[in-house]
Design a protein around this ligand. Structure first.
Ligand code: NDP
Ligand code: 2IT
Length: 456
């Protein structure tokens, strides 16, 4: 099991100073700071073995986005009022391929959040081995309560600026929080109109009839469950028969529930930003999908319509529900030390991140110290972006694969990422530490490409 010493105590002074310098240059971006710190805490052993990476200033270069775009988005709502939002695209690193990563539409979006997500995406995308660089974007636009027509006008206004920075070989966005199939459709339509090009590979997460890939919608949730099953198998355990708690009730959460149930687990919870549902009989996925995907409703509606077995809880934490496996699938920092302590006390065996950075650093430490199998998002939720890369591959070949073929490829990629993280952790003397394994393996892949490509 990993050593319990706090990572900062193991950091050489030069790395601590470098970290302080990176944070100082980006004030007021706590999520970005958290993401950088978490990666740097894994890297000291790499520099011991490979001092040339220090000389080439790989950390300094990786922490500095290649390009950061911020732009005004003006649109008109259904009542004719003018609305002003801010758009972002951080093109972080293109050493391994075109910038690749989702767009997030949520009122909390700011530059620091987009940078944290973009930074994570570099290493995650490297781990897929599918030739994609790292980027992320979005807007503080809140799609909740907006009509389809308003969402369309916003997406068109957003793309009217962003299109000039995109391209199938340059930068390829996809979905994230608040951006799903509907939004990708409107964005793609506007890109096509402005450029007069049918360039399918410029966005992923498209509809199946017009360039989208089978299984992309399912991929992130499916991938995280496969990763979890793989972690358990490595320990001689099984997901079948386990009780699972899931947070969130969006794209990632829904298909996490589906795959966990398919592998024989019982899923007790889903949640949203107002509360969670505890269903003693296990989540009824058909009802949940009807409410979330068709009606765009809330988990409270689920509890109301499910009848006796489900309770809707506000004011508590989904992590208070006893379970064997916890799969945070909503948003960053949703699982803190207090929640981790409760989960550990309740006997949790595995925690795996469907969301990006949902677990606070203190909570990660508690899980690792307690010997809980912990899957970091950059490895565990990479199935979404990996399947995006498969969508790009299909687009480039003007091809479209069957569901089973994509799912098979996804399963292969997830097994490969698990093995890479596991073996890298071992090689660097951190057995069982998937955080260190994923960070180091991702860092080495990008660094090797950057070294070979010179000072760019
Ligand atoms: P969705 O918009 O489909 O769903 C988001 C879910 O998270 C909703 O249930 C939402 O509840 C909840 N949520 C969002 N913000 C908060 C908040 N501040 N507090 C509590 N709950 C919140 O997004 P996705 O399912 O696509 O994304 C979920 C997570 O997975 C994100 O961290 C994303 O970055 C990550 N991810 C997504 C991938 C993808 O392919 N879509 C790939 C890899 C990672 P409410 O409706 O109340 O806001
Ligand atoms: O965080 C993520 O990996 C995503 N939101 C998916 C990105 C993508 O390009 O498919």
């Amino acid at each position: 099991m990993p050593s319990a010493a706090p990572a900062s105590a193991r950091q050489p002074l030069w790395l601590q100073e470098l970290e302080a310098d990176i944070l100082r240059r980006s004030p007021g971006e706590p999520e970005f700071h958290q993401a950088v710190r978490e990666v740097l805490e894994s890297l000291a052993p790499v520099f011991e073995r490979r001092p040339e990476l220090r000389t080439a200033k790989l950390v300094e270069r990786l922490a500095e986005p290649e390009r950061q775009l911020m732009f005004r988005v003006v649109w008109q709502d259904d009542r004719g009022r003018v609305q002003v939002n801010r758009g972002y695209r951080v093109e972080f690193n293109s050493a391994l391929g075109p910038y690749k990563g989702g767009l997030r539409f949520h009122p909390s979006v700011n530059l620091g959040i987009v940078k944290f997500l973009g930074f994570e995406q570099i290493f995650k995308n490297a781990l897929t081995g599918l030739g994609i660089g790292g980027g992320k974007g979005g807007s503080d636009f809140d799609p909740r309560g907006r009509s389809d027509a308003e969402v369309m006008r916003f997406c068109q206004a957003f793309m009217t600026e962003l299109y000039r920075h995109l391209g199938e070989h340059t930068d390829v966005p996809a979905g994230d929080i608040g951006v799903g199939g509907r939004e990708i459709g409107y964005l793609f339509g506007q890109y096509r109109r402005i450029t007069n090009r049918w360039e399918a590979g410029v966005l992923t997460g498209k509809g199946i009839g017009w360039g989208g890939s089978q299984a992309r919608t399912e991929a992130t949730g499916y991938g995280n469950v496969l990763f979890t099953a793989e972690m358990l198998r490595t320990r001689g355990e099984d997901l079948a028969g386990r009780q699972v708690i899931v947070s969130g009730s969006g794209n990632v959460a829904l298909y996490t529930v589906e795959k966990a149930q398919a592998l024989g687990a019982q899923v007790l919870t889903v949640s949203d930003s107002t509360g969670y549902v505890l269903d003693d009989k296990g989540i009824d996925l058909e009802l949940l999908r009807q409410i979330k995907e068709v009606e765009r409703g809330r988990v409270s509606d689920y509890a109301e319509r499910r009848g006796g077995s489900a309770r809707y809880v506000t004011g508590g934490s989904v992590w208070d529900v006893p379970a064997d496996v916890a799969l945070p699938s909503a948003t960053q920092n949703e699982l803190d030390e207090r929640a981790a302590a409760v989960l550990i006390r309740n006997g949790v065996k595995a925690v795996s991140e469907g969301a990006n950075m949902p677990t606070t650093p203190g909570a990660v430490r508690l899980f690792q110290e307690a010997g809980v199998a912990f899957g970091p998002g950059k490895a565990a939720n990479a199935g979404g972006v990996a399947t995006s890369a498969l969508e790009m591959r299909q687009n480039a070949g003007r091809d479209s694969w069957e569901f089973a073929r994509v799912e098979e490829e996804l399963a292969r990629v997830m097994r490969d990422i698990h093995a890479t993280a596991f073996e890298t952790a071992d090689r660097y003397g951190r057995p069982g530490d998937y955080v260190a394994g994923a960070n180091i393996a991702g860092f080495e892949r990008v660094s090797d490409a950057m070294l070979a490509q010179g000072l760019v």
